[in-house]
Ligand binder design. Structure first.
Ligand code: SF4
Length: 495
């Protein structure tokens, strides 16, 4: 515990831009992953800023401990208060596997994880974040309310209602009256996601810190949403009206003059009509720039040249599917000619390598698709060194590929082995785990019961075997190869 206090103290000293504030109503703003991950989240920092800028409220940040174990109570960074002391704790949850972190933080605090076991003496637990765009139903047995979608204004509205009520029941009744807020005791259907008013855009992160992967990087949104329609993606054009662009001038004026590293964030950053100008303007200021997404069909000579000026050494973009046929199934615009041009541009601008993200285990994929991938990546590797970053496909709610089964752990592992064999000595091939992708899949398609099963899995060690046992007990039994979508899932609005 003393070590943790010391770690917090040192991290606070190194932060730039923190908004120090005290207020009558302190909200625990929790992130169910360690500090380095939480502070790299623009959404989390946006809500922090929204609370700090609101009269009467202040935010105190809480994170999962660095080891991901949480054997003691998480302490707030601002006042070293334990999580259980706050009247309200708001969690930002990015994706399915972070449920475990939320459970560990509540367990470590002595706060009942199941919402029905909490009383007026316990904090009200609210969740929001990127997971609400797909399927937050597994949270429904643990949290008291879920704020769906873009939450910068809605969070404050919810806090004002909660502050005005003296009992938990009154707070739940009040929250249930808000649009876009799901209260499990009151609702059976998840409401649609909220869209923040355009005047709230762009989001930017007030705090810079050296203790994240984006060390001392100023994070700012250049656009929100996407105008494209990739079949697996929850941020596709049908979500919240597509892409909203932040004007270049506004983006540039918000970036502090002393920021030497800038992260441009958004679902489709490279689709911003002025992206080359923005990157060049920042390079002129002497900034290093990172972009959260680069579409291969946008990679012109001028764009890659600007990225090189702004410190890029690896050109990272998406190949998405293993073959042309699979990319067509996914409704992707990336073509071999775009990827070949990306490789040429990376070589021309003397980048160290081309890094390509893709999925394996897409419905309908076969070994022939893997072989096409091997042949094509071999061709690219003759132009520039290539690295592949692979994730097994997991179908998500609110996408056209919702309800598609998981390809299977054995199948995914076999395809990865085939890829690695074919590309040995020609490309670096790295993948996330096929087993944990299955866990993610069960939760992405699951409901309250699957979420509650994670409590058992976490308390039984949090290994894959523990998850497997917990899900098997719900009827996901036998081989974890093909899982039928559970019927207990709360229905979501269709896209
Ligand atoms: S994968 Fe990227 S380009 Fe495709 S819809 Fe999603 S955000 Fe847009």
């Amino acid at each position: 515990m003393t070590q943790e206090r010391e770690r917090i103290r040192r991290r606070l000293i190194d932060e730039i831009g923190r908004i120090d504030k005290q207020a009558p109503f302190a909200v625990g703003l929790a992130y169910p992953s360690p500090y380095a991950t939480g502070m790299s989240s623009l959404g989390y920092q946006r809500i922090y800023r929204a609370i700090q800028e609101s009269n009467g409220f202040c935010a105190e940040r809480l994170f999962l401990d660095d080891a991901g174990v949480q054997s003691s109570a998480p302490l707030s960074y601002e006042s070293l208060r334990p999580l259980s002391d706050f009247p309200v704790v708001a969690f930002s949850v990015a994706y399915e596997l972070e449920l475990a972190g939320l459970i560990k933080m509540l367990d470590g605090s002595g706060v009942p994880v199941r919402r029905q076991e909490r009383t007026d003496r316990d904090p009200l637990i609210i969740a929001g974040g990127p997971l609400t765009f797909s399927n937050p139903s597994p949270l429904a047995g643990m949290v008291d309310a879920i704020i769906m979608g873009e939450a910068e204004q809605l969070t404050i509205d919810a806090l004002r209602l909660v502050e005005a009520c003296s009992s938990r029941q009154g707070q739940l009744d009040a929250l249930a009256s808000l649009p876009h807020v799901f209260v499990p005791t009151h609702h059976t259907l998840l409401p649609p996601v909220a869209a923040a008013d355009n005047v709230m855009l762009p989001a930017w992160a007030p705090i810079r810190t050296p203790h994240t992967e984006f060390s001392n990087m100023f994070l700012i949104e250049t656009e929100r949403g996407c105008s494209r329609g990739c079949a697996y993606c929850v941020m596709r054009r049908s979500t919240n009206g597509g892409m909203r662009i932040a004007p270049m001038e506004r983006v540039l004026e918000l970036i502090p003059q002393d920021a030497k590293r800038v992260g441009l964030v958004g679902a489709a950053v490279s689709d911003h009509p002025k992206i080359v100008d923005i990157v060049n303007a920042l390079a002129d200021r002497g900034c290093e720039v990172g972009l959260s997404s680069l579409r291969p069909d946008r990679l012109s000579d001028a764009f890659v040249g600007a990225l090189k000026r702004a410190g890029y050494r690896t050109l990272t973009t998406a190949m998405d599917g293993t073959s042309e046929r699979v990319r067509d199934l996914l409704d992707r615009r990336a073509r071999p000619k775009h990827l070949l041009k990306a490789a040429e541009m990376a070589r021309l601008h003397q980048m160290d390598r081309l890094k390509l993200y893709l999925m394996v285990g897409v419905p309908g994929e076969t070994d022939e698709d893997i072989d096409e991938c091997v042949a094509f990546v071999t061709e690219l590797s003759r132009i520039v060194p290539v690295a592949l970053g692979i994730a097994p496909f997991c179908s998500k709610r609110n996408t056209p590929l919702d309800l598609q089964p998981y390809a299977g752990i054995d199948v995914v592992d076999a395809r990865l082995a085939r890829l690695r064999r074919g590309l040995r000595g020609r490309a670096d091939v790295r993948s996330t785990s096929a087993k944990w992708a299955w866990v993610e899949y069960v939760l992405a398609q699951g409901g309250e019961a699957e979420g509650l099963a994670v409590i058992d899995a976490v308390r039984n060690g949090g290994t894959f075997a523990a998850y497997r046992r917990a899900f098997d007990a719900l009827g996901h039994a036998g081989k974890p190869t093909v899982v039928k979508p559970p019927r207990r899932a709360l229905p979501l609005l269709a896209v």
